[in-house]
Design a protein around this ligand. Structure first.
Ligand SMILES: *Cc1c(COP(=O)(O)O)cnc(C)c1O
Length: 228
């Protein structure tokens, strides 16, 4: 076992506890997702041995391949956090337990239409907190309309919102906008109380703002291998 991995995981968990305490929050309300993208399935196995039960992937092909490789580990929750393509909806749905990146009605419809039987998929509305409309996510002012659309699809369970903080702004300020978007979603679906925010560089700020799901990669896994 990789002791450096264990040390980094423990150090991040200490920081999560500290940030929760500083924000007067119960750490049990915070799910730490380890983002394992670009790393081999063996790393997921090592993380599992260290107690990790939530992992995140941002590419469908990688998600599908790792999940197939690790099919013997049933109690692992796979979060899909990347841009989803409508023609891959069936594979995303087959590989993910939760999809954080629903940012348009068409991808919601595609995921819904790919539902096997009466299975229900957890989804979040991804919000674009930047000024660049080319970034993933729906504009904050359109969150309510997209939430209404998603809420009408009975094979999807709308759980909340997800965002990445812009690089050129204090993350805490950006996360304030995300919190207002979370409020807008709860007007539509009152129990949709997930806020997926916080990465290696900004998870303490996300905890202070109320994040329930942190997506932490390199602080735990170490640097990512180059992508192919
Ligand atoms: C890669 C990624 C993360 C994790 O990034 P780190 O900075 O390595 O913690 C979180 N969220 C999304 C959407 C990502 O693509």
């Amino acid at each position: 076992m990789d002791t450096a991995l264990a040390d980094r995981l423990a150090a991040v968990d200490d920081r999560i506890r500290d940030a929760a305490r500083a924000a007067d929050r119960d750490v049990s309300g915070i799910t730490r997702i380890v983002v394992t993208k670009f790393h081999p399935a063996a790393l997921v196995q090592d993380l599992y041995a260290l107690g990790v039960r939530h992992v995140g992937e941002n590419r469908q092909q990688e998600l599908t391949a790792k999940r197939a490789e690790l099919v013997g580990i049933p109690d692992l929750t796979w979060h899909f956090i990347g841009q989803a393509q409508t023609n891959k909806a069936r594979l995303v749905r087959a590989g993910a337990d939760a999809v954080h990146s629903v940012d348009r009605a068409r991808i919601a419809d595609a995921l819904h239409n790919a539902a096997p039987g009466d299975d229900v998929l957890d989804v979040l509305v991804q919000v674009n907190l930047t000024d660049d409309p080319g970034r993933g996510g729906v504009a904050p002012e359109e969150v309510g309309a997209l939430a209404t659309h998603v809420a009408a699809l009975d094979s999807l369970r709308l759980r909340g919102v997800m965002a990445v903080a812009p690089l050129d702004e204090q993350p805490g300020r950006a996360f304030e906008r995300l919190r207002r978007c979370a409020d807008a979603v709860r007007v539509v679906v009152p129990d949709a109380d997930w806020i997926s925010a916080g990465m290696t560089g900004d998870f303490p700020e996300a905890i202070a703002m109320g994040a329930t799901h942190l997506r932490i990669g390199s602080a735990i896994t170490g640097p990512r291998p180059p992508r192919d």
